[in-house]
Design a protein around this ligand. Structure first.
Ligand SMILES: Cc1cc2nc3c(=O)[nH]c(=O)nc-3n(C[C@H](O)[C@H](O)[C@H](O)COP(=O)(O)OP(=O)(O)OC[C@H]3O[C@@H](n4cnc5c(N)ncnc54)[C@H](O)[C@@H]3O)c2cc1C
Length: 345
């Protein structure tokens, strides 16, 4: 039985930055992530260019994830992938974390960083749709090149769908957007970009059926119903962005049930603490007034959660946030870093 100072549930941006920062504060750290990869929901938009993270030049989300992972590994935390945390309980002063693999983990504190839970895309409910998932029916875009010079039908009208439609304009021959409601619900500026490019937007429209090619391997045409009419659209690829079903597998023993908001979010009690001493929250999962639901907000949450976890374990510890120069481990790392920079210049 190995006891950790802090165990972080979820390896998205808030979990990864928590891992870095708890290393900075000399805490023995573990991350448990259900997916086979780290990065959280940023992995659902790998090609998106991020402009809004302080101090970072614009970069694609997949690069951003790699940077986050590299930073999280600075103090070599223990990382468990493919492991879904199902139950957290408490015995004496120790949290006991049970996972779907049967493995049990032990920790003095917990940082819950599970974001919106385990996200599974809402599938297209059309007969036989699943058989095209191996070819040209997509629920996310893993690389834009795949769509170069293609006719792509995007189904959905929220931010996810419209952001993708805008990205596709860079490579696709033609983009058509269909949405079942009267108005697109995405950010206006993104919708404007589609309009400027003359993208065909079909509102009050839904996919009725999919027609395959002769080999029955891929979708060749999509039958769309709109206002009682049906239309047959030739396509090379179909992207479905109807949102995600949230699987909430994480539960707490009866005696340590944190207060929730809207039956899901952890209700913050200041400084990213929850109603249960020793359990903290960071990122999209924690709710409090003036919360910033962006990547930059996850970093602030991580710092607050880690600092409070530190104080929970050692009430004499420094109350204030530490910076890089406060940790001696950086002295050696700085020497190596500066040597490399000089050699490169
Ligand atoms: C389409 C889209 C575009 C976005 N664009 C931007 C942008 O341009 N700029 C910006 O600042 N923000 C953007 N965001 C928001 C940003 O991605 C989120 O705020 C951020 O990912 C939240 O990080 P998190 O770590 O709190 O949660 P998540 O990223 O959701 O990570 C949570 C992690 O916890 C894991 N997990 C869940 N349950 C368990 C469990 N029981 N056991 C183990 N692991 C578990 C999940 O698998 C996941 O890896 C965007 C979001 C979306 C959906």
């Amino acid at each position: 039985m190995e006891l950790f100072d802090v165990t972080i549930i979820g390896g998205g941006p808030s979990g990864l930055y928590s891992a870095f920062y708890s290393g900075l504060r000399n805490m023995k750290t573990k991350i448990i992530e259900v997916q086979p990869v780290l990065g959280g929901k940023v992995n659902t938009y790998p090609e998106k260019v991020l402009w809004d993270v302080g101090g970072l030049p614009p970069q694609q989300a997949q690069q951003f994830v790699q940077n986050l992972i590299q930073q999280a590994n600075t103090f070599s935390p223990t990382i468990c992938l493919n492991s879904k945390v199902e139950l957290i309980s408490k015995h004496d002063d120790m949290f006991v974390i049970s996972t779907n693999t049967g493995e049990v983990h032990y920790s003095k504190t917990i940082i819950v960083a599970v974001g919106g839970g385990i996200l599974n895309p809402i599938k297209l409910e059309v007969e036989g749709a699943e058989k095209y998932e191996m070819t040209n029916l997509h629920y996310t875009i893993l690389g834009l090149e795949r769509f170069r010079n293609k006719r792509v039908l995007v189904s959905g009208g929220g931010n996810g769908a419209i952001d993708w439609a805008v990205e596709l304009l860079l490579v696709a021959k033609e983009v058509v957007v269909i949405y079942r409601k009267e108005q697109l619900t995405a950010h206006e500026s993104q919708v404007e970009k589609l309009k400027e490019h003359g993208v065909q937007i079909m509102l009050n429209a839904e996919i009725q059926s999919l027609l395959s090619n002769d080999q029955k391997t891929a979708i060749q045409e999509v039958i769309v119903s709109q206002d009682g009419e049906t239309y047959q659209l030739e396509v090379d690829d179909v992207l479905i962005s109807h949102g995600y079903n949230r699987e909430v597998s994480l539960s707490f023993a009866d005696d340590i049930q944190p207060q929730r908001k809207d039956d899901y979010y952890l209700e913050g009690r200041g400084q990213c603490s929850t109603s249960v001493p020793g359990i903290f929250g960071a990122g999209d999962i924690i709710s409090y007034d003036d919360k910033v639901g962006l990547l930059v907000g996850t970093f602030q949450d991580a710092v607050l959660a880690v600092n409070n976890a530190k104080l929970y374990i050692d009430p004499q510890a420094d109350k204030y946030a530490m910076v890089s120069s406060h940790n001696d481990k950086f002295k050696e790392k700085n020497r190596e870093f500066l040597k490399r920079s000089i050699l490169q210049s």
